[in-house]
Write a protein that binds this ligand. Structure first.
Ligand code: ADP
Ligand code: MG
Length: 495
């Protein structure tokens, strides 16, 4: 694409960012549940799905005389996150009590970090198509989760399950840098990729391991930031997009009708597709934060940081950049092929074996993804190993089979795991005819048998050639090499 077309497109997309003349402004707060086996301040298990209150120990129940003890694994996960996004890791950070009353919070306060969080600054970079975006982070801090109120199966009362109380969370807060729902979803996907890639969070959105709150406001370009409303607990990327789009339209309508937006916390209802105010928003002052006297400052020295760094694999964004530079992939493809470590490993193994990165990428993002999605499987469960895909691609490249035949071979490879590419090609008789002598004979008889088509072609009707190619493909039962047929025809017809 030429530079002028590129910049025209960029200008177009900058314009189209406005919704009915308003600029959308979004900041994210994400709670990533850290994948430690035990809780952040106690030894109770964090496993999901246990019977209510079987995984809440004396500390989680806030029994008198109990004291919190910091889980080292949770701190290491926070450090790893900070390193992954190029943040400052605070050598000394402070735990604070966030005070509020709720039945699922037995202490009457949540242990969190307020004034000095463990991770400060940093940036999440990603591509929206081929356009590079960066979202600055304000902070990421450690805190404990609360329990859960249960409303089903109770009449006139609620149950409380404290299994989740004390589960370690990393709350990741962005600057209000996001400018559209597309960008919001791309940011959330990138963040999800980072935390799962570095292994600090299992990323399961249904189970609540990765929960996003989107703060949304609108303004006329050049105006100060508008008043925001916070959409809570977006637990799927699809709902995230729907909720933000609805909220933006709702806010614009309110403003256009002359009403002011009031700061509020809202919930998205997937059934109606609408957001609705839940409560007006508390201020930090309402929580009466103060340093928790039960926990000493969290001290992290450079040696500890280096130890965590040494254990970290190549990051997804760095790997994607490498795929762009050394394999000539687009940013879009590189992003898709680094969606998880498994996908990236599969891509690298197949590419190393057949040296066709673009084709390997197309197969992974096409046939393979389609089938894996349909059966809700991941690439680690693919019945076609990377080496086998590479072999199939090699057979297309060396002219043994056509693209169409390759699809048929793939079908067999998929449905009969363990099949060999060459054996399937033989068994199904899919080898292309590359023998010029035999092809020439087919071409000659097609020309002899279809004088009308030949005449039309000579009279300037290019489509008539396709009819001849079709005849020959049919006569060869689809095995003739179409490029060679084309070339031979053109030669014989003197074109
Ligand atoms: P609070 O402490 O009340 O949660 P913060 O200042 O921590 O408020 O901001 C919370 C989130 O809201 C951050 O991600 C921030 O970027 C975002 N945010 C702040 N102001 C706006 C705004 N006017 N529009 C959209 N998002 C905003
Ligand atoms: Mg906040």
């Amino acid at each position: 694409m030429s530079t002028s077309v590129n910049s025209a497109l960029a200008a177009e997309s900058a314009k189209s960012k406005l919704v009915q003349g308003y600029e959308v402004v979004i900041g994210f707060e994400t709670h990533a549940q850290l994948s430690t086996a035990s809780k952040i301040f106690s030894r109770a298990s964090t496993a999901f799905g246990a019977r209510p209150n079987t995984q809440a120990c004396a500390v989680d129940l806030a029994l008198p005389g109990t004291l919190p003890v910091m889980n080292k694994g949770a701190v290491e996960r926070a450090i790893a996150f900070g390193l992954a996004i190029g943040a400052h890791i605070a050598p000394r950070s402070i735990f604070a009590r966030k005070n509020y009353f709720y039945p699922d919070l037995p202490k009457g306060y949540q242990i969190s970090q307020f004034e000095i969080p463990v991770v400060q600054g940093g940036v999440v970079e990603f591509y929206l198509g081929e356009e590079k975006k960066s979202v600055r982070l304000v902070r990421a801090h450690l805190e404990e989760d609360a329990g859960k109120s249960l409303h089903e199966n109770f009449v006139g009362m609620s149950g409380i399950d404290l299994n989740r109380a004390g589960t370690p969370l990393l709350e990741i807060v962005t600057e209000p840098d996001i400018r559209s729902s597309d960008e919001a979803v791309a940011y959330a996907k990138e963040l999800h990729k980072i935390v799962t890639w570095i292994g600090i969070c299992d990323g399961n959105m249904q189970e609540g391991s990765f929960r996003c709150d989107a703060n949304v406001s609108v303004r006329k370009p050049g105006q100060p930031l508008g008043t925001r409303r916070e959409i809570k607990n977006l637990n799927s990327f699809r709902f995230m997009q729907q909720a933000i789009d609805y909220e933006v339209r709702w806010q614009i309508e309110e403003i256009e009708d002359g009403r002011a937006i009031e700061q509020a916390t809202v919930l998205f209802n997937p059934d109606s597709g609408e957001t609705r105010a839940m409560r007006s928003k508390e201020d930090a002052a309402d929580y009466r934060y103060f340093p928790d006297p039960d926990l000493p400052p969290l001290m992290i020295d450079a040696q500890w940081v280096e130890q965590v760094r040494a254990g970290m694999a190549e990051l997804p964004r760095v790997m994607a950049e490498r795929f762009v530079k050394s394999h000539g992939l687009s940013h879009y493809d590189a992003t898709a092929l680094t969606q998880s470590q498994d996908v990236a490993a599969y891509f690298e193994e197949a590419t190393a074996a057949c040296a066709q990165p673009k084709l390997v990428g197309n197969w992974i993002m096409g046939e393979i993804s389609r089938r894996l999605n349909a059966s809700d499987q991941t690439i680690g469960q693919s019945p076609v190993p990377a080496q086998t895909l590479a072999q199939l691609i090699a057979r297309i490249q060396d002219g043994t089979i056509s693209n169409n035949a390759a699809k048929q071979v793939f079908e067999v490879l998929w449905s009969q795991p363990g099949s060999e590419v060459d054996a399937v090609i033989d068994a199904k008789g899919l080898k292309q005819m590359n023998d010029t002598g035999a092809l020439e004979a087919l071409v000659d008889s097609a020309i002899a048998a279809n004088p009308k088509n030949v005449q039309e072609f000579k009279a300037g009707n290019a489509k008539a050639l396709n009819a001849l190619v079709g005849q020959i493909m049919k006569a060869s039962q689809g095995k003739a090499n179409p490029q060679q047929v084309n070339a031979l025809l053109l030669k014989k017809l003197g074109a």
